[in-house]
Design a protein around this ligand. Structure first.
Ligand SMILES: NC(=O)NCCC(=O)O
Length: 410
């Protein structure tokens, strides 16, 4: 292989910096802001981040205790604000929402209990930073309490699954109570009452530490090394929206973001913020990452919080994925880059591509209805014609509606 080809392949797998950075920059936005003249940057940002209420997205002052924690524990910390127009009859409904992305804490060869404890330990200062900054709703990444071992297809990792009221939930319930914070906790769930069935589940912990409910991932990837159907079942919880003290929220777990109907269903049930806790790698999905969630926010008139884990997780035994490629011990680089999208097509810059991080964003939920009134996507959606097509499509005798040009030679 040519050297340049080898470098290109390495960039594809791990990012242009070799260390997960983008040629030495933490994120695309940082690369652009470090290299463009201010007037060019303003125009580029207008195009790639959009405008919120006609203006560039505002950043928000980071509270001092959170800043101190991020300096001490070396995690990325950014804060922004999505505004809405002032209304005559409704007060603004501003909530502060946080997303956490992180790498695992110790090698995957350590004992399971040590690995879990080390992740808890690593997350403590980041959750403290969120809580002490007044975050109202906090979401963690997919299967945050374990390495993303689904690539291995080894059954031993099933041991890490937990019932919804166990160790990981208890750990977060304390923070929910301490900081009056709703916490969305995506874990690998063990459903003891149903024969130890495993699910990929997001638990919604209320701001009093109570469990409001759970949602189980609807769509399971069967792509690349993401052999997740070896571990858990397709969700059976529908598309619940959880009415919390701070707004109506829902969770579209990872691969569900490729399914527009999944996003739609949460919108139809009234979600104002949909979280997309994920675990995905650069080579597979990075060009899709800035588009799909943002499109969902626009199409469904709600906010989306997208989270991806960070780093390269190396497993003891090599695995293959039936694609003819050599066996390997890791998925590739989880590229972080967590961000928020708003219904008016604006979005925040993303967090680091290689570091742990906390993204805090204030959002006026009034923006959701304002965008529904402006664009009328819900009103113009013509759901009945799609309901009819879908009802026919799922039948075994479905015939596609194709009208063939009679002049075609067949
Ligand atoms: N965890 C998960 O569903 N990953 C699938 C990969 C992707 O959707 O980018």
């Amino acid at each position: 292989m040519e050297k340049s080809e080898a470098v290109a392949n390495e960039n594809l797998r791990n990012g242009g910096g070799g260390d997960g950075s983008i040629c030495g920059y933490e994120s695309l936005c940082q690369l652009l802001s470090s290299n463009l003249e201010p007037h060019l940057l303003e125009e580029v940002n207008r195009l790639i981040l959009g405008l919120n209420c006609g203006k560039a997205l505002q950043s928000v002052a980071i509270p001092e205790p959170a800043k101190a924690l991020s300096d001490e524990h070396d995690f990325d910390l950014q804060a922004f604000r999505f505004n809405a127009d002032r209304e005559a009859l409704r007060e603004p409904r501003v909530v502060r929402v946080g997303l956490i992305q992180n790498s695992i804490a110790i090698p995957t060869t350590a004992s399971f209990s040590d690995q879990k404890k080390a992740i808890f330990q690593k997350l403590k200062p980041i959750i403290e930073a969120a809580g002490s900054s007044g975050v109202n709703i906090l979401c963690l990444q997919e299967a945050w309490m374990m390495p993303f071992a689904f690539c291995t297809r080894e059954k031993k990792w099933c041991e890490l699954a937990e019932p919804i009221d166990e160790e990981s939930t208890k750990f977060l319930q304390e923070y929910a109570r301490k900081y009056n914070m709703v916490i969305v906790s995506p874990i690998l769930e063990r459903d003891v009452n149903h024969g130890d069935t495993l699910w990929n589940t997001a638990i919604i912990i209320g701001n009093h530490g109570n469990i409001i409910g759970k949602h189980r991932k609807n769509h399971i990837p069967r792509v690349g090394d993401f052999n997740e159907s070896t571990y858990y079942m397709e969700g059976n919880t529908g598309h619940p929206v959880f009415e919390t003290a701070f707004g109506k929220i829902a969770v579209n777990i990872c691969y569900g973001r490729h399914h527009p109907l999944n996003w739609l269903a949460f919108g139809l049930n009234g979600a104002e913020i949909v979280f997309n806790p994920s675990a995905t790698v650069g080579e597979l999905s990075e060009p899709m990452w800035p588009i799909e969630a943002r499109n969902a926010a626009i199409a469904n008139s709600y906010f989306v919080g997208s989270i991806n884990r960070v780093g390269t997780e190396i497993f003891p035994n090599a695995f293959t994925s039936g694609d003819g490629k050599p066996q390997h011990n890791d998925f590739g680089h989880f590229y972080g880059s967590s961000y928020f999208s708003a219904p008016d097509a604006s979005c925040t810059p993303s967090l680091s591509r290689r570091k742990d991080g906390l993204l805090i964003t204030d959002m006026d939920l009034n923006l959701c209805r304002q965008l529904k009134d402006k664009w009328g996507f819900r009103m113009t959606a013509r759901y009945e014609i799609y309901a009819d097509l879908l009802a026919r499509y799922v039948r075994p005798d479905f015939e596609p509606q194709v009208i063939t040009d009679p002049s075609l030679n067949r």
